[in-house]
Design a protein around this ligand. Structure first.
Ligand code: ARG
Length: 591
């Protein structure tokens, strides 16, 4: 049993003995850095029962527990906070076990299956900064769940059909002159995106001309010949028109080839890809099912609705009057398909917070349809990413292209590294890998260290700073540890755990932080929050640097001290690498 559990047990027993409390929720926190102690128990809730001051209450609970737990070396009470201090012997034992066992994460997800849907692009344009946050979050979430023992299915839902892709197709037909990614020398997703923009340009001009002729904006938008042609094309697509399907397949194939390059650089992959062109039909059968069961109702124009007013929402359309699907129809169908395919316990959607309402509705609908999996739905919702004013606007000036962004951040990593003169003795190939590792690490870490729900500013310059809460800082710490280990082995020093004569505060801090790391990994899974791992790793890297500056490792005067510090450094490095791995970030071996 972990000491923290022993403490909880003993506290429970003490509360029962002293105050007859049997149902208290017991939890310990890491003691605030301003006070002496390791774990803190808050006694305020029991002051009413003890009929004593918070200090006296803490004293009586504390002495009772101290007598029972030999690892406690002392305690103090500040206001209502009971701070327990654990003995150095205890922490050294923790260190010894940590060295012997490596990183070990309790498998809280054992035997459970999760489908994580992320990325989910549309095939009419390339990926942008928002997708980068999505992909990076999704990848980290998958890695974290796997580390917690879950079986994970990495899933992508590609929106490959609909009016938006028809717009790119129409524009390419009209103004493309047969251009291909090869002939144009650009990635396929960028080429198709170019025609999407092209469509919009012509369409806006046409609408403007119609408005000048006296039409209202709405009528103009609706009656513009370009829009009519696009709708006709969608109709032909639905009717299975050979020529339209051929063009559609050709252009989508370009897009997928382009996406693959972006995905590869991001380090993401998928076990299962659904295409909306296949799944959009499935929802229709479920609409019928809902009509039969009474979960849905039909209006006079034949459109189908669900009434969610009792749940505090409004009425929501699930099928149009002409029998065509709306956005949510395909999600109803796809959710069911996922369950048939995987019989998962949970399914997560990594999707931006502009769709919070959509997923609330989706879950309520699945509940109304009595689907056994409805409760397992979780929307991992994330906020928008902005850029500082004036930085890296894309060609169209609105969104930031993912490929350009990655290129930019990797080349900044290169500049920075060269300026700092950290490139000596490395081959061109090694350097290329290093820049990629630093640049992509900087980007991913910066996006992941913030709570997903928060809207955030991505500052490329800051993300790649070698100081502060950044990936390069942590990666640098890792290589610093590596070079210590290299130097140790070059001088023939055996890396073996030995007990030091005494434990310095900076050493103890490292042990405490490493001891808390598996909890952070569990918590990140329970809260669907990768930032908890980022923070845990950052604290550890910071503490290591403090330790490094205060103590000589290889030059320690006593052999047992030196060996202790070397092994301690080694496991810190191991933990950093593990944590970064869960964030989808690699570490350089040297820099
Ligand atoms: N393709 C959609 C978009 O770009 C996101 C899809 C989210 N996933 C879902 N199952 N609805 O807005």
């Amino acid at each position: 049993m972990e000491l923290i559990d022993v403490l909880a047990d003993k506290t429970r027993a003490a509360l029962a003995h002293l105050y007859n409390v049997t149902d208290a929720k017991i939890s310990f926190e890491k003691t605030n850095a301003n006070f002496a102690g390791d774990y803190t128990f808050v006694v305020f809730p029991f002051v009413r029962l003890s009929k004593k001051s918070p200090e006296a209450t803490g004293e009586e609970i504390g002495s009772l527990i101290q007598n029972e737990v030999p690892q406690i070396s002392g305690f103090n009470v500040v206001k209502g906070f009971l701070n327990f201090e654990l003995s150095d012997d205890y922490w050294l034992e923790v260190a010894q076990k940590r060295v012997a066992n490596g990183v070990s994460i309790p498998h809280i997800g054992e035997g459970k299956k999760v489908v994580v849907e992320y990325s989910s692009p549309n095939t009419n344009k390339p990926l942008h900064l928002g997708h980068v946050r999505n992909n990076v979050l999704g990848l980290a979430m998958c890695e974290i769940l796997v580390a917690n023992g879950y079986e994970v299915i990495k899933n992508n839902l590609v929106n490959d059909r609909g009016i938006h892709i028809c717009k790119s197709m129409i524009a390419w037909q009209k103004w493309g002159n047969g251009e291909t990614p090869e002939s144009a020398g650009i990635k396929g997703d960028h080429l198709v995106g170019k025609y999407y923009v092209e469509f919009d340009k012509h369409y806006r001009a046409e609408v403007k001309a119609l408005v000048e002729k006296g039409l209202t904006e709405e009528t103009a938008k609706n009656e513009a010949s370009l829009m009519q042609e696009t709708r006709q094309m969608l109709q032909k697509w639905e009717d299975g028109d050979e020529m339209v399907l051929t063009l559609w397949k050709k252009m989508n194939a370009w897009v997928y080839a382009g996406f693959d390059v972006t995905y590869k650089r991001l380090g993401v992959s998928f076990d299962k890809i659904y295409y909306e062109s296949n799944t959009y039909i499935l929802g229709k059968a479920m609409v019928q099912e809902g009509l039969t069961s009474g979960a849905f109702y039909q209006k006079e124009d034949n459109s189908v609705w669900v009434d969610l007013t009792a749940d505090g929402l409004d009425e929501k359309i699930v099928q149009r009057s002409d029998g065509t699907s709306v956005y949510i129809t395909q999600d109803i169908g796809t959710a069911d398909l996922k369950y048939q395919d995987f019989k998962m316990d949970k399914f997560i959607y990594v999707v931006g917070n502009e769709q919070d309402y959509h997923f609330k509705v989706l879950q309520l609908i699945l509940k109304k349809l009595n689907k056994p999996y409805a409760d397992g739905l979780f929307h991992l919702s994330y906020g928008m990413v902005d850029l500082p004013e004036g930085k890296m606007k894309s060609r169209e000036g609105t969104v930031v292209d993912a490929d350009e962004l990655m290129e930019e951040v990797v080349s900044t990593a290169q500049k920075q590294t060269e300026e700092l003169g950290k490139t000596e003795g490395m081959s061109a190939e090694q350097l290329e890998i290093l820049y990629e590792t630093l640049g992509m690490g900087a980007l991913k870490y910066y996006l992941l260290k913030v709570d997903a729900k928060k809207r955030m500013l991505y500052d490329p310059k800051e993300s790649i700073d070698f100081q502060g809460n950044t990936a390069p800082f942590i990666q640098y710490t890792y290589t610093r540890i590596n070079s210590i280990l290299r130097a140790a082995s070059e001088t023939g020093l055996a890396v073996k755990f030995e007990l030091p004569d005494q434990l310095a505060p900076e050493e103890k801090e490292l042990i405490v932080l490493m001891n808390g790391y598996p909890d952070a990994v569990n918590a990140a899974a329970n809260h669907y929050n990768p930032s908890e791992i980022a923070n845990s790793v950052y604290e550890l890297a910071k503490a290591f640097n403090k330790f490094y500056h205060e103590h000589s490792i290889l030059g320690a005067t006593k052999e047992n001290e030196r060996n202790f510090r070397i092994t301690l450094s080694q496991v810190v490095g191991e933990t950093i690498k593990h944590g970064f791995g869960l964030l989808g970030i690699t570490v350089p071996e040297r820099m």
